[in-house]
Design a protein around this ligand. Structure first.
Ligand SMILES: [Zn+2]
Ligand SMILES: [Zn+2]
Length: 376
């Protein structure tokens, strides 16, 4: 993969001032900060975050920028190690401003952030896609779902070592779990290869989890879906994700809602649309019809005299509840006027009479005959 141009990454001109570069980076950092995006986009956001941070580190430094302007990426890579690229850049003021700790850098630049620390670690988040009918989304519903997740092995208590055996401290990292060096404001750390960041070596792995400390378990989870959810809505179920390590808490479970297509209804934002058929007599004379709703009840709707086909009527408050609490959407009912087919002789006769009364010139002639007559 070819590396993208630093100016292009930040979206600034070649003559951008350091101040402008700082401002732009600050904006992008807020956008791509991995803590601020949906869990399924986190990996991607981390990559983007790394990319903008590197571009910022180089372009905000006079020497590195001059080097880059003259020789491009090669000029930077030949002269600076991956740690040195970031050395000296001012991330501190930006991140204090934004209320993020410098820890984000350790997480991202150590590459294997989650395995880095030796202390308690929070488990990973899980995502589950939940298909719902429009009725379920409208009314809200409680569902039981089956998920598979990692839980601490009960045999070894999540330690991974055969009960009764001990772990020894890793000699390569001396128990730190990482090897690395300080690079100014933050530490560039690499996970220790020998102990995979654990800081300890298991002498005799637990048989039941093969030393993983975790076993895969299927669980039933009750999910309360609030009324009004839409496709793409995320519900967070706290503490129902993957098990943490070393006594760390579980991750969260994210329920991603997907609405199924419906035979009768279509959703647009918080409104719902449907089409009902009426006969041409009903449309002409007016009537009251029953219209289905999303709420297990039919509702009576007035069809006024002289209703035209495709006229739309609004039933207030029968759409979806707004998730932010701004009331409810409406139901829009499009009336489709059905033209009768297979008329009996008697019906035809009556319609002819009707036409004559309306002053319509309807005889049993075809359109072509009519046109011919008109042009005589
Ligand atoms: Zn075990
Ligand atoms: Zn180690």
């Amino acid at each position: 993969m070819t590396k993208r141009d630093y100016y292009e990454i930040l979206g600034v001109g070649k003559d951008a001032s350091v101040d402008e570069i700082k401002k732009t980076y600050r904006k992008l950092a807020m956008k791509y900060h991995p803590d601020r995006v949906a869990p399924e986009k986190r990996k991607e956001a981390e990559e983007q975050f790394k990319e903008i941070s590197e571009a910022y580190a180089v372009l905000s430094d006079e020497h590195k920028r001059a080097q880059y302007d003259r020789f491009g990426h090669a000029g930077i890579n030949n002269q600076y190690s991956s740690e040195d690229i970031f050395r000296g850049a001012d991330f501190g003021s930006i991140f204090e401003d934004l209320g993020f700790g410098g820890g984000i850098f350790e997480d991202i630049f150590s590459g294997f952030g989650s395995r880095r620390r030796q202390g308690p670690r929070r488990g990973a988040d899980l995502e589950y896609e939940l298909p719902l009918s429009l009725e379920e989304a409208a009314g809200g519903i409680e569902k039981t779902i089956n998920i598979r997740r990692g839980e601490n092995c009960s045999e070894c208590g999540g330690e991974g070592a055969q009960p009764g055996t001990k772990k020894t401290t890793c000699t390569v990292c001396r128990g730190a779990g990482q090897v690395g060096q300080s690079a100014g404001f933050f530490t560039i750390a690499r996970t220790c290869d020998t102990c995979h960041g654990e800081g300890t070596i298991i002498q005799k792995p637990c048989k039941s989890c093969r030393g993983q400390g975790k076993v895969s378990v299927e669980r039933k989870i009750n999910v309360k879906v609030p009324a009004g959810v839409d496709s793409g809505s995320h519900l967070r179920v706290r503490g129902e994700g993957e098990a943490g390590a070393k006594g760390g808490p579980r991750g969260d479970l994210y329920i991603l809602i997907r609405l199924k297509a419906h035979d009768t209804f279509e959703r647009h934002q918080n409104d719902v649309y449907c089409t009902v058929g009426v006969t041409f007599v009903q449309a002409a004379l007016g009537t009251e019809i029953e219209v289905p709703t999303l709420y297990k009840e039919k509702i009576k709707m007035n069809i006024p005299t002289g209703t035209q086909s495709e006229n739309v009527f609004r039933i207030s408050g029968k759409g979806f509840a707004d998730l932010r609490g701004y009331g409810k959407g409406d139901q829009y009912v499009k009336v489709h006027v059905k033209v009768p087919t297979d008329l009996s002789g008697q019906q035809k006769k009556l319609l002819m009479e009707f036409a004559q009364l309306s002053g319509e010139d309807v005889r049993n002639e075809t359109i072509t005959e009519k046109i011919k007559k008109a042009f005589k």
